[in-house]
Design a protein around this ligand. Structure first.
Ligand SMILES: NC(=O)c1ccc[n+]([C@@H]2O[C@H](COP(=O)([O-])OP(=O)(O)OC[C@H]3O[C@@H](n4cnc5c(N)ncnc54)[C@H](OP(=O)(O)O)[C@@H]3O)[C@@H](O)[C@H]2O)c1
Length: 222
């Protein structure tokens, strides 16, 4: 069984995710309405070398005390290359009840040992890179996850869209046109060869918010 997957992004009118200034408070305020069981983020979004912790600091890392009635989501980070080392800071942020790294069979053993020593859970799915279908199934089976909110940019969104794993797309359209050829979009994937790969959506919600931002929610129809 697969959990329901929601992609929620702040975008410009042309679907870009950089150069304009998103209203972050509004973004996370609305995101909290899903009450997701797990927040899924990619390593590029989470990786922060400035917050990476030293061995000494990590020695203070105790296993999290998770109360049965804790309703905070899990933080799930895909990181097949074993780059994320700011788990202590992420735990201290207090937004998540616990953390799970998604790794692959090629993930260095030393990184898995690093995670174990810091009481960070991990699931091994996929050979070279993370297999997200298997990962979502694993999150459901092991942690009872029924709803995942994806907090990522176009790369991870693109992988999930192309694998047919997304159920809902929620966009906060900001009143800006970014343009350019290198600015990033909320959906990056290899060029299509036939129109058969276009994902059709059904509009389920539309609201004009403060500051000329429009909130659109769509259901993936296929
Ligand atoms: N505007 C918004 O609403 C919004 C929201 C969140 C984030 N962002 C921005 O989005 C940007 C990052 O977005 P992003 O999507 O580029 O990065 P990301 O969210 O970090 O996603 C990249 C992830 O995709 C994985 N990946 C890449 N190729 C893969 C493949 N072939 N198979 C399996 N997994 C693969 C990577 O895995 P490995 O680690 O295993 O390589 C990595 O974990 C940041 O600038 C962030 O600030 C914007």
């Amino acid at each position: 069984m697969l959990p329901r997957v929601v992609v929620h992004n702040a975008v410009s009118v042309d679907g870009r995710i950089d150069w304009f200034t998103p209203d972050v408070g509004q973004f996370y305020g609305l995101a909290s309405r899903w009450k997701e069981d797990a927040t899924l983020a990619g390593s590029d979004t989470i990786y922060n070398p400035e917050e990476s912790t030293t061995e000494e600091e990590d020695e203070s890392l105790e296993p999290p005390v998770v109360e049965a009635d804790d309703t905070r989501p899990l933080l799930v980070v895909s990181d097949s290359r074993g780059r994320v080392r700011n788990w202590l800071q992420l735990r201290r942020a207090g937004y998540w009840r616990d953390m799970v790294a998604l790794c692959a069979r090629k993930t260095p053993q030393a990184y898995l040992e690093y995670l174990s020593a810091r009481h960070v859970n991990f699931i091994i799915v996929g050979e070279e890179r993370v297999d997200f279908r298997e990962a979502l199934e694993g999150l459901h089976t092991r942690y009872g996850v029924e709803l995942v909110r994806v907090d990522s940019g176009g790369t991870l969104n693109g992988i999930l869209f192309r694998a047919g794993l997304v159920n809902e797309v929620s966009l906060l359209i900001h009143p800006s046109l970014v343009g350019g050829t290198s600015s990033r979009s909320m959906y990056r994937a290899p060029d299509l060869i036939t129109p058969g790969g276009v994902i059709d959506l059904k509009l389920t919600y539309c609201e004009q918010l403060e500051n000329d931002i429009v909130w659109l929610r769509y259901e993936v129809t296929e």
